[in-house]
Design a protein around this ligand. Structure first.
Ligand SMILES: *[C@@H]1O[C@H](CO)[C@@H](O)[C@H](O)[C@H]1NC(C)=O
Ligand SMILES: *[C@@H]1O[C@H](CO)[C@@H](O)[C@H](O)[C@H]1NC(C)=O
Ligand SMILES: *[C@@H]1O[C@H](CO)[C@@H](O)[C@H](O)[C@H]1NC(C)=O
Length: 252
């Protein structure tokens, strides 16, 4: 089938490094995912007649899980890259690509008059929607794993931020992001972008603040482990002595 020739090089990331990572994104942004064009491929692979009753979103959610594997691989590839400069450059390139795909997709959806709702049937709309959903997810991976670098890149491209924010808000209204891991990730992304108020407990462990907090915690843990034996004995003795109030009186 001619379809085979159209396949995106989805598995490639595991084997090849940076060059293919970029290529993949570029191609993934452009070429049509054959599986989405004809749902029965996926149905055949995963199940049987009952799958035919799944909604468009349900089917797409399954495909999305596969896409996410590629995204995670791509992020691992950046993590494995040595040196700040290389990682920074890579993140810049990836964002550049994401920010090429997103406005196109947004325009297509707007022109088609598509608003978040049922999964579209029209191939072009489906394609635009999935590009938007996938690129926002991938952007989220990068942002959450490399918050400082990503914020720095975005500072230099205010127009990117505007596009991304609109895309996140759009995704937030789709069924894909209404629950589960996708919802959780988008919620974190929204906090990290400052789109919604940060939870008091929100701390990205990969940010400078997060790393400092972790070091602090470890220091504290080490300190209290050092102090503990004495404290504990003292407390135990105090406990036996009785209520707190009398203790403080005695100590005074
Ligand atoms: C998928 O393709 C087959 C033939 O290749 C066709 O019979 C079927 O209707 C298509 N399904 C969808 C959902 O487009
Ligand atoms: C669908 O799959 C289930 C188990 O996954 C099986 O029990 C059932 O017979 C299958 N139905 C058809 C129509 O193949
Ligand atoms: C996402 O949707 C929830 C409600 O479903 C809302 O509280 C939240 O503010 C939205 N986030 C964004 C970034 O629009």
């Amino acid at each position: 089938m001619g379809k085979e020739n159209m396949r995106c090089p989805a598995g490639v990331l595991n084997l090849y490094l940076v060059f293919f990572l970029v290529l993949h994104l570029f191609v993934a942004g452009r070429c049509e995912d054959p599986a989405k064009e004809n749902v029965s491929d996926e149905d055949l692979a995963t199940g049987n007649a009952s799958d035919q009753k799944l909604s468009g979103w349900d089917v797409y959610k399954r495909l999305f899980v596969h896409k996410r594997v590629d995204h995670k691989d791509a992020v691992s590839t950046i993590v494995a890259m040595e040196g700040y400069a290389k990682q920074y450059k890579m993140i810049n390139i990836l964002l550049e690509n994401i920010l090429k795909v997103l406005p196109d997709a947004q325009t297509s959806l707007q022109q088609a008059g598509y608003y978040p709702g049922p999964f579209p049937e029209n191939t072009d709309i489906k394609d635009a929607l999935s590009r938007l959903l996938e690129n926002v997810a991938f952007f989220g991976d990068i942002l959450l794993r490399f918050p400082d670098m990503t914020h720095d890149v975005l500072k230099k491209h205010q127009e990117w931020r505007t596009i991304l924010e609109a895309a996140v808000v759009f995704c937030n209204q789709t069924q894909l992001y209404s629950e589960g891991v996708n919802h959780e990730q988008l919620n974190l992304v929204s906090q990290e972008l400052g789109l919604i108020e940060k939870d008091p407990n929100y701390l990205n462990p990969f940010s400078k603040e997060g790393k400092m907090a972790q070091e602090q915690q470890m220091l504290q843990a080490a300190k209290s482990a050092h102090d503990k034996p004495k404290n504990k004995k003292k407390k135990d003795r105090e406990k036996r002595k009785g209520p707190r109030l009398s203790r403080s009186k005695n100590e005074l």
